[in-house]
Design a protein around this ligand. Structure first.
Ligand code: NAP
Length: 495
């Protein structure tokens, strides 16, 4: 089979790319999805309390506004329903091939096409352009803790929730205190006999006020879409202003820290617990935690914060370094994801047999986060240095999608063989990005999933969302090398 565009992944990014391709008149595309359902991270993260800590008005596509969000911050089921509704209304469902796990991509210089291979002995597919939309937070990560195999109780990862497990009256241990854990713990304390939360590093917590949206407001959004656009705009600029204290390590970062400490003081009266929950790194360095429920949950009679480091797992539970064994019927691992900051999620072979995983072995880099020199007609959503620390991932994703689909349209309309970013354009872009990262909170000295083990930041974009979006407004062809197809060349010479 030979197609114009292959999209890998049917999450937010893959579905958005398909819709925008269709809008631009390109219908010869296929989405390859390893699972049996669309939704990506929102299909996988169904733990109790799962929600987005970015307001729904902004955590959605501007080309698919939803007047019906029930709350300021919607739950994962509502976000998944939103993705489903986009699939249904756009008609891209017929383009999705489920249970197609892509195992590799290889570029053919002769034809300017990519060969996509799959597991289970499926026939390879050829595509002129490929969009890797497989998402950075797709592979759940169990920690490398001694004895994890010996533990005889039940193990659940936050991103692979076991809905058949009944937590009622169970002794629960939660490992991790990141963005997922702070949503899970307030739910678990409602039914479990006991919940012990194993904290390695406390995070900065800001309050989250989640209001329900009235029917009259929904009606207004439906009748006058401009009001919904204005609401989105207000959230956008509100988040942009926060960048000054969250992206860059500035005096405003101290203000964010002061607000967080006030929140801690207002919710936790015990000074010792407050000390245990106070971070020792700059706010924003790790992801800010947005919750008003977490501290109250920790202080419930059936909940306990454990700050002694974990030594190992035993048959019955978790042993901390001071020698205590904490018995647990179930351990919830809210320990995050295997994020490919170095290497690639799948083997990718470009011009002259170049191996992208080898080139990215010390950390990934790209041109404007979407294209890589030596790998023509290949695009990434949520590629290197595309992460926001202060705004909605969907704002960034929409900009990537529009840029990528514009580039693909150029190749299709002009019947080009390939479009490849120039190595000098890519190098100067990355020099600038890395120089700008030095002043950010992410590079200010804490350990986070944003950095490689060597401290290289291949994840975050050091700037405002406005700057990120602006750099992707148009495909600057002077930064690219264009190859025309032999046939098209002959026709134009003859013409
Ligand atoms: P995470 O931020 O990577 O947090 C993992 C937690 O597990 C951290 O507290 C970490 O401690 C701890 N941990 C890891 N290995 C450990 C070990 N061996 N022993 C003890 N503790 C260990 O993962 P996450 O909470 O799943 O969030 C991941 C990302 O998903 C977030 O950054 C965010 O981008 C996204 N997310 C978003 C939302 C949302 O509302 N938008 C919600 C959930 C998740 P250390 O801090 O010490 O490493």
């Amino acid at each position: 089979m030979s197609i114009s565009v292959a999209i890998i992944g049917a999450g937010f990014a893959g579905i958005g790319t398909a819709i925008r391709l269709q809008d631009k008149g390109i219908t010869d595309f296929v989405i390859f999805e390893r699972d049996t359902r669309v939704g990506g991270t929102w299909r996988d993260n169904t733990y109790p309390g799962a929600a987005c800590d970015i307001p729904s008005r902004l955590y959605s596509y501007s080309f698919a506004p939803n007047p019906d969000w029930s709350h300021t911050y919607s739950g994962s089921d509502e976000i998944l329903a939103y993705i489903d509704s986009m699939v249904e209304s756009s008609g891209v469902a017929s383009h999705i091939r489920f249970e197609h796990t892509v195992t590799g991509l290889r570029y053919d210089e002769e034809t300017g096409e990519w060969t996509i291979t799959f597991d289970s002995g499926r026939e390879p597919v050829r595509a002129r352009s490929v969009v890797v939309a497989s998402g950075p937070l797709a592979n759940a990560s169990f920690p490398d803790i001694r004895g994890i195999e010996e533990y005889a109780g039940h193990k659940i990862h936050s991103a692979r929730w076991d809905h058949d497990y009944d937590f009622t009256d169970k002794k629960v241990a939660v490992v991790g205190t990141g963005a997922s854990a702070v949503q899970i713990v307030p739910e678990l304390v409602k039914t479990a006999k006991s919940v012990k939360v194993f904290q390695r590093t406390p995070g900065w917590v800001l309050p989250r006020v989640n209001l329900s949206i009235t029917e009259s407001t929904k009606e207004r959004y439906r009748k006058t879409p401009l009001t919904q656009r204005l609401a989105r705009s207000a959230w956008f600029w509100g988040h942009e202003s926060v960048a000054l204290g969250v992206v860059w390590n500035t005096p405003l970062t101290r203000v964010v820290e002061a607000v967080s400490k006030l929140h801690l003081r207002s919710q936790v009266s015990d000074p010792w617990l407050r000390r245990q929950l106070t971070p020792d790194f700059a706010a924003g360095c790790k992801r800010l935690l947005m919750t008003s429920d977490y501290y109250p949950a920790l202080q419930k009679d059936n909940c306990k914060l454990v700050t002694w480091p974990i030594a190992q797992l035993s048959t019955n539970g978790i042993r901390t370094v001071e020698g205590i064994e904490h018995q647990a019927d179930v351990i919830v691992f809210a320990t995050g994801f295997e994020v490919s900051k170095a290497g690639t999620p799948i083997p990718i072979t470009g011009i002259d047999g170049r191996d992208l995983a080898a080139e990215w072995s010390k950390g990934a880099y790209a041109y404007r986060s979407v294209a890589v020199s030596g790998y023509p007609n290949l695009y990434f959503t949520f590629g290197p240095n595309s992460g926001p620390g202060h705004s909605s991932a969907l704002v960034y994703m929409e900009a990537q999608i529009d840029y990528i689909t514009d580039a693909i349209s150029l190749v299709t309309e002009n019947a080009w063989k390939s479009l490849e970013v120039r190595s000098d354009a890519q190098a100067s872009y990355n020099e600038d990005i890395q120089a700008k990262l030095t002043g950010t909170t992410w590079n200010s000295g804490c350990q986070s999933w944003y950095l490689t083990e060597d401290g290289f930041n291949a994840t975050m974009f050091p700037g405002f969302a406005t700057q990120y979006v602006n750099q992707l407004r148009q495909v600057d062809l002077q930064d690219f090398r264009i190859s025309v197809r032999q046939k098209a060349l002959e026709e134009s010479v003859a013409g």
